[in-house]
Design a protein around this ligand. Sequence first.
Ligand code: DC
Length: 233
Amino acid sequence: MSSSVIPVITIDGPAGSGKGTIARQLAAILSYHYLDSGALYRALALQSQEQNIKPDDCESLLALCQKMNVRFGVSAPDKSNISQEHVSVYLNDREVMEELRTEDCAARASQLASQPKVREALLNKQRSFRKAPGLVAEGRDMGTVVFPDAESKFFLTASPKERALRRQKQLKKQGISASLGPLLTDIETRDSRDQNRKVSPLRPATDALLVDSTELSIEQVVNRIAEVVRGRH
Ligand code: DC
């Protein structure tokens, strides 16, 4: 199968919109491969920090991108309930999920993601995840830039307050107590940077279906999306 005929489902949206959970579940239901593109930006952020590479040292960042090998492992007993704890991210064969999830790594990843050369360097890496029988790819520019020919595109949103609440709940599960105010500020700062950068700003593809998850459960969103995807087969 040539890579352009391998089906891709793209799920884009801001942090906390639920796209990760939804994408993982959808990939499991359809037995498709899964790409968390944000994890690639985070992995680059982590590795560059460990190697003391400055965020504006483009040349070293590009060299790092080329050597970087990221793969995902999903192990969940129940396909309808795959949380982040069931996903492993291997960076050059080292499991790094926890390190990638820190706020510090997220902030650095967002900084790197605003650089056109970094985005370009990660383009082929992201496209290499397109393998039979299909791919569910989640991120910010999956439908607009990385897989513009994807067969089904979705853009997930939720109000900033709802997203901050979800983040607070997630942290609580990890035993971390955080107040809502700073989480909300964090989300709004990151949104603004992601939406206003010159290259690949966060915006829905013109042919994406918009889904507002503020008042919907994960199950409701997954069912809605799965219904649309099945209707296209
Ligand atoms: O989804 P996330 O929080 O793991 O993403 C980490 C950062 O990378 C975030 O600032 C947005 C950026 N990113 C991006 O610019 N394009 C993508 N396709 C995925 C993530």
